[in-house]
Design a protein around this ligand. Structure first.
Ligand code: PLP
Length: 389
């Protein structure tokens, strides 16, 4: 028996363990100080009533002989696939039912999709980046090259002439909160079609886009169905981080890939629980949409408070407008970890050092709007007292 040697090439991620260690140390030395956590990428508001009502009803169905269901279709129940199809139609994206696959979240499918691609493909990943894209490819032994995201390009790298095969794009972006325009995405789509490349488009934060001119789906771009797969999630949209449900769109225009993905899913996946899919379906009802938008507006208002503070303090940042993330340049040329220590020590605010997301993250810092209103306001008052002079 031989082990997968590629695992040796994975870089250990010390980001969140180091944060936890530093925070715990600080708390034990300063037990009377109140820490405010603006580093988390997890939602904090509960599932909305439309969702929990639908799930309760589904639980009752599962407990009655006449309505009990066993194994469901691996690619998801049609009631949910249809709801997603209609959701896309509202953004003028026409999907066929067979293009919609229900997943247990975007993370799993972002990793699983690599089953469909040969090891020899060259993978392009933006830096800084959501670490899953890099690690899943390293596990498979693929070569990864990076597209530099930086202040000059507003953390939105564009294609150059280098030939790559698999391209990851995430918009609105984690960790930077930057959002591509339709014109910018069109350039990526044209590049991919010219080079016979595939774009793996992560739209996990699409629900934060509040300007109809900005794309929520790559399929709003002409010819994207010839070169892109889209991964989305109800995690941030509707608080499903613990409940687990997402969806992946694999266009039939991609030829074999749609059938290959169906084959892969029916072989290795047994679907998302019926109860969860009924809850997910409720997200897309009128009531569900109204209720989730209350939660999204709550986070968006927090993001506004953070963004205003950065402006008041003269600190450069991106994100915060169509994203829960604010990506800021560390003041006084501090490194990411210096700034982390400084904020913890002086203001008891915990954020995420940008250096943990890639080389280009050094010198930057991520704050999130997923905290409570009260804590966000208090944290920003503390922040202002340090930098607004
Ligand atoms: N994609 C991005 C960019 C994320 O930031 C996250 C979670 O933080 C995910 C995907 C994972 O989503 P899910 O909870 O649906 O697996």
């Amino acid at each position: 028996m031989n082990l997968n040697k590629n695992y040796k090439n994975l870089e250990q991620s010390y980001l969140f363990s180091t944060i936890a260690k530093k925070v715990n140390e600080y708390i034990s030395n300063n037990p009377d100080k109140k820490i405010i956590r603006l580093g988390i990428g997890d939602v904090t508001r509960p599932l909305c009533k439309a969702v929990t009502d639908a799930m309760h009803k589904a639980v009752d169905e599962m407990g009655a002989q006449e309505t009990f269901r066993g194994y469901g279709p691996e690619q998801g129940y049609d009631f949910l696939r249809n709801a997603i199809k209609e959701y896309y139609a509202k953004n003028n994206v026409k999907l066929e039912l067979e293009e919609v696959f229900i997943s247990d979240g975007a993370k799993s499918d972002l990793g699983n999709i690599l089953d469909l691609f040969d090891k020899d493909n060259v993978v392009l990943v933006p830096d800084p980046v959501y670490p899953v894209y890099v690690d899943t490819n390293i596990m498979n032994g693929r070569k990864v090259v990076f597209a530099n995201a930086n202040q000059e390009n507003n953390f939105l790298p564009m294609p150059n002439e280098e030939k790559v095969d698999i391209i990851y794009l995430c918009s609105p972006n984690n960790p930077t909160g930057a959002v591509y325009t339709k014109e910018q995405l069109k350039k990526w789509v044209d590049y991919a079609n010219r080079n016979n490349a595939i774009i793996l488009f992560d739209s996990a934060y699409e629900c934060f886009v509040s300007d109809s001119e900005l794309p929520r789906s790559i399929f709003e771009i002409e010819d994207a169905k010839k070169c892109a797969i889209e991964f989305c999630s109800l995690s941030k949209t509707a608080g499903f981080t613990g409940t687990r449900c997402g969806y992946t769109i694999v266009p039939t225009e991609l030829g074999k890939l749609n059938k290959m993905w169906l084959r892969r899913q029916t072989t290795k996946f047994n679907g998302v629980p019926y109860i969860v899919q009924r809850g997910a379906e409720a997200v897309f009802t009128e009531e569900g949409m109204k209720e989730i938008s209350e939660n999204l507006n709550y986070y968006k208002e927090n993001a506004k408070i953070i963004s205003k503070t950065m402006n008041d303090c003269g600190i450069w940042f991106v994100g915060g407008k169509h994203s829960p993330y604010i990506w800021l340049k560390c003041p006084n040329n501090m490194s990411s970890w210096e700034f982390f220590d400084y904020l913890l020590e002086k203001a008891q605010i915990v954020g995420t050092p940008g250096a943990g997301f890639g080389r280009n993250g050094e010198g930057y810092f991520r704050l999130t709007s997923f905290g409570s209103r009260e804590n966000t306001i208090e944290a920003m008052n503390r922040f202002k007292s340090l930098f607004n002079n």
